[in-house]
Design a protein around this ligand. Structure first.
Ligand code: AMP
Ligand code: MG
Length: 347
């Protein structure tokens, strides 16, 4: 295959504990998508920022070489380098930024800083990025952004014109999954384990209260406390309560979270009159949450739900590369002294 000049962008993602590099072409095809998971954090029960930064430094050159060779290109064919500018853990971010800046200077190609949350949303524009659709969502659409760090409903007017309609007042939904999972003894990230154990559970056995939050904002800390108190109370009477009811507990928690998310999206649809909704972020890999949305899509002819492929739902570099490509097409570049940031600012 012959690639035309000005068509290949590399993306580097180091915002947390995955060292990820991807190469995409102008047709929005992902030519390679490398992720090196840092396993060391498991034994600490969460990500240790200092260790994550050191391991990014150790793995990044290897990941870049793997991404370039599995894309079957050479480094001189790359037209721009994109990288996660923020939000995330500052040490890990700086490792990715330093590498990207050197790469850009060495190859004399443009540097493109990417907002990680925006990249999750724009992962819908990866070619065949949807399980149930072969095309991209038409603007404007709503995005339910559900990850370890963020829970937002975003109105996406254009690639780089996004408005936050609602967000969490406390914990993110991923955090709620992880903290509740930890009560059951699951290691980080707990969301996938909670989903796994809910498989044969009765999701209606335990009823947890839904938070009363006005508008399109969310709150998950109340649910987390409710589950904690409930388990403490039951375990006092029966020390094997969690063990004996694990599947039902997981299924009940998963269902209530799916319902909370769906109710807010229904309200956002009613408020905006926009019926196209995409899901993004690690929590959108949850099959029960996906099922809740697809059931409603079937009932409501106007609804269109866009689900990311699992590998593009959790942190990945393909979403950074595709966002880089979209910026590259619009000549949106960054200077070499652009600064990384840890906290979400704006889109
Ligand atoms: P991200 O921040 O986008 O990388 O997403 C990571 C978050 O997604 C963590 O909080 C995980 O527990 C959560 N997560 C990943 N897969 C699932 C799943 N299948 N069900 C629920 N949460 C999940
Ligand atoms: Mg993320």
């Amino acid at each position: 295959m012959v690639y035309k000049k000005k068509s290949i962008v590399i993306g580097i993602e180091t915002s947390c504990d995955d060292t990820a590099v991807s190469v995409v072409n102008r047709n929005r095809n992902v030519l390679s998508n490398i992720i090196i998971h840092q396993k060391i954090h498991k034994k600490y029960g969460g990500v240790v920022p200092e260790l994550a930064a050191r391991l990014h430094e150790k793995y990044l050159v290897k990941a870049v070489n793997m991404a370039i060779s599995s894309a079957k290109i050479n480094k001189n064919q790359i037209d721009a380098v994109s990288f996660t500018l923020g939000p995330g853990l500052i040490g890990p971010l700086l490792v990715g930024a330093s590498f990207a800046k050197s790469f850009s200077m060495g190859l004399k190609i443009p540097l493109i800083g990417v907002n990680h949350v925006q990249a999750h949303i724009l992962s819908q524009f990866i070619k065949k990025g949807n399980l149930n659709k072969s095309y991209y969502p038409i603007f404007p659409f709503l995005c339910l952004m559900i990850s370890g760090g963020h829970t937002q409903i975003v109105k996406v007017n254009d690639f780089f014109k996004m408005e936050i309609l609602g967000s969490t007042l406390d914990d993110s939904v991923g955090d709620a999954f992880d903290k509740i999972a930890r009560m059951f003894g699951f290691s980080y990230p707990g969301g996938p384990k909670l989903e796994y154990f809910s498989k044969n559970g009765n999701s209606k056995k335990f009823i947890f209260s839904k938070p009363l939050v006005k508008g399109l904002d969310f709150s998950f800390s109340g649910l987390k406390s409710h589950v904690m108190q409930f388990i403490k109370k039951k375990s006092k009477k029966n020390p094997y309560f969690v063990q004996n009811n694990l599947s039902d507990l997981c299924a009940s928690i998963q269902r209530i979270i799916a319902e909370i998310l769906l109710e807010k999206v229904k309200k956002a649809i009613a408020d905006t009159g926009i019926f196209r909704v995409s899901l993004a972020g690690g929590v959108s890999a949850n099959n029960e949450i996906i099922r809740h949305f697809l059931v409603l899509e079937k009932k409501n002819k106007k609804w269109e739900i866009f689900i990311p492929k699992k590998k593009y739902a959790t942190d990945n570099a393909a979403m950074i590369a595709i966002t880089g490509l979209l910026k590259y097409e619009k000549n949106i570049f960054d200077p070499i002294n652009v600064c990384s940031y840890s906290k979400f600012q704006t889109f």
